[in-house]
Design a protein. Structure first.
Length: 289
């Protein structure tokens, strides 16, 4: 009996030693990135790179600033809709109420088009279709007002203390958050398979009844790049917010959340994401040599 106890104690000690070694290796990898003096020259006004395994930021700039977040909003809209467990195959017809009353932006989606709720969810997330998001909110029990109230409730529940929503599409500049809060939003949204699939889909064809099908593509071109391993993605743009991008991605065996806000150049957010990846890869390559 004493021999068995000693063996069990030895095994426990060995497991603890392995865990400690793994933790030390983990911290070493994170430190290699954080301490790399060659920081990524990001052009986005606000940026936050968060390492999920270490649960700490690798890079931060303006992460506490409260700013408009445009269509990043749709991630929260989608979570509220999915939480309600409404039938995804229910047919919804677009109406005049779904048209943009804030920016009067154009859309390829027209009044009278009928799609399933699940398809509207996919288009709202993948193609950032504002009318799709508006229709989801309009047909929610209690309407858009109820959706927005639940969005703010969920933000509070997630600890997003500097976040507030006014509309479900992101077209209203009063939808604001911080990069810190958006990391929490991305981590929560990643728990929904429907959101994961929709935001990483390359494209989607919509049957418009006897006419040529409409082809919608993902607003984030990086999902079409086979060198990227993306778990979740959402873009956003209104003039007050600039161009925005949030992603969960796997880079050099590390899973990170990338938040890029207020990017004014048309390609800046994508270029910044590529800069982040090169920076992480070069930093981690140094620990392997």
């Amino acid at each position: 009996m004493q021999t068995i106890k000693l063996r069990m104690l030895g095994l426990a000690c060995a497991l603890l030693a392995m865990a400690a070694a793994g933790h030390a290796q983990e911290e070493s990898a994170v430190d290699a990135i954080v301490q790399n003096s060659a920081k990524p020259n990001l052009r986005s006004s606000i940026a936050l790179i968060y390492d999920e395994q270490a649960q700490r930021p690798l890079y931060a700039k303006g992460e506490e600033n409260v700013v408009p977040i445009a269509s990043i909003t749709k991630l929260m809209t989608a979570m509220v809709v999915l939480d309600a467990r409404l039938p995804m195959d229910e047919k919804i017809t677009l109406t005049r109420q779904d048209e943009d009353r804030y920016k009067f932006s154009r859309s390829r989606m027209r009044r009278g088009m009928t799609l399933e709720r699940g398809e509207l969810l996919k288009l709202a997330l993948m193609a950032s279709e504002n009318r799709a998001a508006a229709a989801l909110a309009r047909t929610f029990p209690g309407g858009a007002e109820a959706v927005v109230a639940l969005m703010n409730d969920k933000a509070r529940a997630l600890g997003m203390t500097n976040t507030h929503f006014i509309d479900p599409t992101g077209l209203h500049a009063g939808n604001v958050s911080t990069a810190q809060d958006l990391v929490k939003l991305v981590l929560a949204a990643r728990g929904y398979e429907d959101i994961q699939r929709a935001t990483t889909s390359v494209s989607h064809m919509v049957d418009v009844g006897g006419k040529r099908p409409m082809h919608f593509v993902n607003t984030n071109p990086l999902v079409r790049n086979s060198t990227w391993e993306i778990g979740l993605s959402k873009t956003g743009y209104i003039s007050e917010a600039g161009r925005c991008l949030v992603m969960e991605a796997r880079i050099s065996q590390r899973t990170v959340v990338i938040v890029l806000l207020d990017s004014w150049g048309k390609h800046t957010r994508v270029s910044d994401a590529n800069r982040v990846r090169r920076w992480m890869e070069s930093s981690l390559a140094r620990t392997a040599t």
